[in-house]
Design a protein around this ligand. Structure first.
Ligand code: C2E
Ligand code: MG
Ligand code: MG
Ligand code: MG
Length: 340
């Protein structure tokens, strides 16, 4: 009998267990190679203002271009990345790539819609520092940015009031918050290197991360917040849902997990929870994002409840960087069919 039951004093090794062990070993090996070979990519899911469908942000979501298994979603590899702490180099890459992309989108926008206009020092730009809009300073979309060498980019905070550059949300894992001692330094340096305004980056952390690494996490979050970076509490409602976490951490935004959104308008319990979370967040001066909005009914109810932002398949699936950039430049609203 090879089913793992005891027979004649032997305990046979269960084939399924063996298979799982082999799979894990392969996965770990592949993941190490993937880090070295740069097999990851980011997709960007639009986040819209509920009142008018205006595009206000995006969440960067990691994908792995596996050489044999194709494009893999985070569920296939993030646990292993966390266990092996490969999440630290992967997380650094994610932030670097997200900032690079944000700077590229910024440069591809019409000058008046950019969040940062300073590109002094780069050949041919002729732009003086600040918010002057010299006609010749628009670089063609997709052109290479000047390398981040000394003096290449000037002020980081020449933010235009009508800038169309989205808020870009980047997920941080609990391991990064608890095991990466240089996290704060790395993050602020990366943001500065790409010349993106810190206020255009939002770090998404889960309550578990805040809870487990309570003191370290809190001081990291304080440091981020102090430098202007936004903080969102992801998947809110599925973890501790502790009020103390909300009081003690510098949280700008609550993201209501999609398990509560799916029952909106159908399940009285979910409805009550969503109402309570929105009320609580607003009372604490936080914004609310509803995750996983899939139906017009959910959208209408969220609008009725005064939820600020939404993200989900109703508006858009995650997009490639090119497609998101096009959407951004078109200035179009996303799924902007008024439903109230
Ligand atoms: P999350 O941060 O809560 O991200 C939202 C997830 O919901 C994404 O799954 C997104 O594709 C999915 N989603 C969005 N709208 C809908 C919808 O209308 N319906 C449904 N059913 N799903 C929707 P994804 O990309 O598979 O990511 C899963 C999780 O992996 C993320 O959950 C996040 O916790 C983690 N993750 C993704 N990228 C990164 C990363 O770069 N670093 C880290 N540390 N974690 C990441
Ligand atoms: Mg997230
Ligand atoms: Mg989430
Ligand atoms: Mg989630």
């Amino acid at each position: 009998k090879a089913d793992g039951t005891v027979a004649g004093g032997y305990r046979f090794f269960e084939p399924a267990t063996h298979q799982r062990a082999v799979h894990r070993m392969n996965l770990e090996q592949d993941l190490r190679q993937a880090v070295e070979r740069g097999e990851f990519t980011l997709v960007y899911q639009p986040i819209v203002a509920l009142e008018d469908g205006r595009l206000t942000g995006a969440e960067a979501l990691i994908r792995w271009r596996h050489p044999e298994r194709g494009l893999l979603a985070p569920a296939a590899f993030l646990d292993m990345a966390e266990e092996t702490q490969l999440i630290v180099p992967i997380g650094r890459w994610v932030l670097d790539e997200a900032c690079r992309q944000l700077a590229e989108w910024n440069d591809s926008l019409p000058v008046g819609a950019r969040a940062v206009t300073a590109s002094a020092g780069s050949a041919g730009s002729g732009g003086s520092a600040g918010s002057a809009r010299p006609a010749g300073s628009a670089r063609p979309a997709g052109s290479a940015r000047p390398a981040g060498s000394a003096g290449a980019r000037l002020p980081l905070l020449a933010t235009e009031p009508d800038a169309r550059l989205p808020l870009l949300a980047v997920n941080l894992s609990s391991r990064q918050l608890s095991h990466d001692a240089d996290l704060v330094c790395e993050v602020t340096k990366t943001i500065a290197r790409h010349g993106v305004p810190p206020g255009r980056i939002c770090l998404e952390v889960t309550e578990t991360a805040v809870h487990e690494a309570s003191l370290t996490a809190r001081s990291a979050l304080e440091a981020f917040s102090g430098s202007g970076i936004k903080i969102a509490l992801d998947d809110y409602g599925t973890g501790y849902s502790s009020l103390g976490h909300l009081r003690d951490n510098p949280v700008d935004t609550l993201k209501i997990d999609r398990v509560f959104i799916s029952g909106l308008g159908q399940n009285r319990g979910d409805d009550a929870i969503v109402v309570a979370v929105i009320t609580l967040a607003h009372a604490l001066g936080m914004k609310v994002v509803a995750e996983g909005v899939e139906t017009p009914e959910q959208r209408a109810r969220l609008q009725e409840l005064g939820c600020d932002f939404a993200q989900g398949h109703l508006f858009s699936m995650p997009l490639s960087a090119e497609d998101f950039g096009e959407l951004l430049r078109s200035g179009a609203t996303v799924g902007a069919v008024p439903c109230l």
